[in-house]
Design a protein around this ligand. Structure first.
Ligand SMILES: [Zn+2]
Length: 110
């Protein structure tokens, strides 16, 4: 884990000095494999500054600056993953006719 941190730091340090370096350049200069550097972008630890750094969305293949998914897929996935929840009674939508009925039921109960 320490070593892993040191590898990431070396990439970060290099980018601080050469912010416009390509992925290949960083890999050659730091000895960190290109696949590892792309992993950092996927993990969101690095953000792409140029097209060369972008990674493909794992769902639709569109290029993204960081992370595993593009914003569109992320929004869709979040919707899919959102747990189903019971609707609170006060959130229920009544048609005007139903609302009248509810009103009358309440009235009658008094
Ligand atoms: Zn996508």
């Amino acid at each position: 884990m320490e070593e892993e941190r040191a590898i990431f730091e070396s990439v970060k340090d290099f980018l601080r000095k050469r912010p416009r370096a390509s992925v290949i350049e960083v890999s050659e200069q730091t000895g960190v494999p290109v696949s590892k550097i792309r992993e950092y972008v996927r993990e969101g630890r690095l953000v792409a500054a140029s097209d060369d750094w972008k990674v493909a969305c794992e769902r639709c293949g569109r290029e993204v600056e960081r992370g595993r998914y593009c914003p569109d897929c992320l929004a869709e996935l979040e919707r899919e993953l959102a747990p189903a929840r019971p609707v609170e009674k006060r959130e229920m939508v009544y048609t005007p006719r139903e609302r009248m009925k509810v009103h009358w039921d309440r009235f009658r109960r008094r």
